[in-house]
Design a protein around this ligand. Sequence first.
Ligand SMILES: [Cu+2]
Length: 481
Amino acid sequence: MNKFLWTPLLLGCLLVACAPTPSGPIAESSPRPAETLPEIQGEEVAVLTHAPEVPPPITRKHATKVIVKMEVRELESRLADGVSYTFWTFGGKVPGMFIRVRRGDLVEFHLGNHPSSKMPHNIDLHAATGPGGGATSSFTAPGHESTFSFRALNAGLYVYHCATAPVGMHIGNGMYGLILVEPEDGLPKVDHEYYVMQGDFYTKGANGERGLQPFSMKKALEEKPDYVVFNGSVGALAGDNALKARKGDKVRLFVGNGGPGLVSSFHVIGEIFDDVYVEGGSTVNHNVQTTMIPAGGSAITDFKVEVPGTFILVDHSIFRAFNKGALGMLKVAGDENKGFYSGKQDDRIYAAEGGAVQEMPGATRPPQPGSQNKAERIARGGETFTQVCAACHQGDARGIAGVFPPLAASDYLNQDPKRAVNAIVNGLEGEITVNGAKYNQVMPKLALTDEQTADVVTYLLNNFGNKGGEITPAEVAKVRR
Ligand SMILES: [Cu+2]
């Protein structure tokens, strides 16, 4: 009946039910029984890198404790020329910082959430075996730090992402990255390793519309992104930012797909992947043109560059490449190799097309009729609560001591429900007292319509032990003025 109710169900799966069950033929033939894991010797602090750089290969021959320190920051930066976006990041950029460990390592993860953040965040590492991949243990309010540890049981290239409700919005704002768990003997040596991660972005304005663009939940639900990009912005891997190699080099791309919505058909124009570690696992495929990378998945592609020129990285769902930004470049220097390729290559053809941001028709939506009665208002308000308020005030509305005040049986709210309207419409900061406890935090003003605001406050008043009543859109409009 309503899409938002799926969010808690999905989160429930992410947090609880998705841990693998060690039974059945797959588990029996799996090469990862925990007993074979080596003893932990010593400890070290992980070197983390921003894309497209990758930390150096691991040379040690023993398992160790690896301390990973990652800081979540919410910051505005460039999405495309003239277009900015408030990204939520693991480490200050999209994608999140690359983590490199060795199978058998004990990873001690420190997740800090910068005090300037407006949202709580957590991390689900697909490389971790445990409830939520760490998400249940790493819920971190602004200005806090969480620590948890996991053993890297399986070798492979894994996605990590935020799994705080609404999950799709946190991922959609850029909260994903890659962690490589090297096999004990390492990967074959190559000349260059690079980190490339695809993601789709859903903006209120159409592709190319200038200014700071807010996230569009509507387009995200329809999986119709305005931007599909590599490494967080249009052009992040083009022109001067192109990946580089020399003729004869072996190049390895660690490729991830953060989604949240699309599956990538990853292809390098003019190259053939000699080896593809399919889905980032241990099976190696040879002589591959295009490799499929699911949302929340990865692939490792190795290839030798025999011919100089500019090679274009694309999602071969090709409108995404030439019209929405999923286009990168690998520039190979060196003398021409006429034996392998006779013609001249020129990257300007591609740059011209890829650089042009086309206007897309704006998303039009017929005006929705407002809630017809109090029951409908409460039902719709519940959706907004789950989608917007629960991230901070929690699903049970009890809040988090010292950080997010309770909305359940809140004397502050019940004394004057217009205060809740005011908090939503204008934001709220400064010291307040709720049920005898003091809070001095910041609630950002929320971009809700008068209807949505009336609905959610009415929902609150009639749930969680509050006093009942109804707020109408007209009353909200008055507060807004
Ligand atoms: Cu988050």
